[in-house]
Design a protein around this ligand. Structure first.
Ligand code: HMG
Ligand code: MG
Length: 305
């Protein structure tokens, strides 16, 4: 019997994690058009923006307008990041389906990213979860710097588990484990997951890899072997956290899909439509995106022209 799962869920974080690190502003109209294209690819989950402070992430200052004006397709969950109650209020007013709360396993990254200590963050997120649940929304949690921090170096898995425990106690529906700066390797992924799977069901865990050092797909494989079936990725390998120096591109959705398609693992996502959406945002960003799959297309296009 195959050790691979039959099916995997890809959560597209390109419009949020992918764009938040882009300096040149992508117009609201183009963001909306891109999300509308992504909606038609077969993806069932798109993180469309974040309702953080616009001064902290200027690229996503148009969150409300984006969320309110996309064409929603049945069967697709449209989610957004929220750091606090103010963010939740804005997200609810704009009609998102799900909110994601986020914090870090590293004290220093948490402070640099959301201006609070870890202890100060818990009550803020607790209130967000309570209020979101009151109005029937699902809540996703993120824990960042699970595999290493740009300020503190290696992070003890016990520290990450403490944060995860608190987030699940608050009532989050799923937890995404972030390799924020792309330092993880497959052995470390399996060691961390071994500890997590002793405490939390695999269905409640997602993996969020950045490909900064080229290990993201290897880390997906290591996670698949451990029974994980939900992965975050950003089309074209866009992305990074502006408050984590050295963080670059997320795992690319097109590279992930290429691998999963080839392995016979179903995702429901259609490569042709995904590539169309990638070429659209590549043109708007004005440089070649760095996913491997897209580069092979870019190169063959160059050879043709
Ligand atoms: P702060 O300055 O400490 O906020 O920022 P505050 O609560 O002291 O409020 C100051 C002012 O900001 C007030 O306005 C608030 O109303 C306003 P004033 O009364 O002075 O006029 N304010 C807001 N305005 C709009 N929307 C809001 C909001 N909240 C407060 N939500 C804060 C704290 C959390 C807001 C700030 O630090 C922030 O926005 N940080 C976000 C940073 C960020 O987005 N980082 C990237 C995402 S995380 C990531 O990429 C990692 C991930 O991908 C996983 C991985 O890779 O590991 C998820
Ligand atoms: Mg990220």
């Amino acid at each position: 019997m195959s050790k691979w799962p039959k099916q995997v869920t890809i959560k597209e974080v390109g419009p949020r994690d992918g764009l938040q690190n882009e300096k040149a502003f992508i117009s609201t109209k183009d963001k909306i058009a891109w999300i509308n294209q992504l909606s038609k690819t077969g993806l069932t989950y798109i993180e469309i923006t974040s309702f953080v402070h616009p001064k902290w992430i200027p690229q996503l200052a148009d969150a409300a307008e984006v969320a309110a004006n996309i064409e929603k397709i049945q069967g697709v969950t449209y989610a957004a990041l929220v750091p606090n109650l103010k963010g939740l209020e804005r997200a609810l007013a704009a009609g998102v389906d799900e909110v994601s709360v986020f914090m870090s396993a590293s004290e220093t990254h948490n402070r640099k990213n959301i201006n609070k200590s870890i202890a100060e963050t818990f009550p803020v997120l607790q209130e967000v979860v309570i209020q979101a649940k009151k109005v029937g929304k699902t809540v996703r949690g993120y824990v960042s710097t699970v595999f290493g921090c740009p300020y503190e170096g290696s992070i003890d898995v016990e520290q990450t588990i403490k944060v995860a425990d608190k987030l699940f106690e608050m009532g989050i529906d799923e937890l995404s484990l972030g390799d924020t700066i792309g330092v993880a390797n497959p052995r470390q992924v399996q060691e961390v997951l071994e500890q997590f799977l002793k405490r939390f069901p695999k269905e409640k865990l997602a993996m969020h890899f950045h490909n900064t050092r080229g290990t993201a797909l290897a880390n997906v494989l290591a996670s698949l072997e451990m029974g994980i079936t939900t992965f975050d990725s950003a089309l074209g390998g866009l992305g990074g956290c502006p408050y984590a120096p050295g963080a670059s591109g997320n795992l690319a959705t097109d590279d992930l899909l290429y691998m999963l398609d080839g392995m016979g693992i179903a995702t429901g996502v259609q490569m042709e439509l995904l590539v169309k959406a990638a070429l659209f945002i590549q043109e708007k960003i004005g440089r070649k995106l760095n996913s491997h799959y897209l580069q092979t297309l870019n190169e063959s296009e160059c050879q043709l022209s």
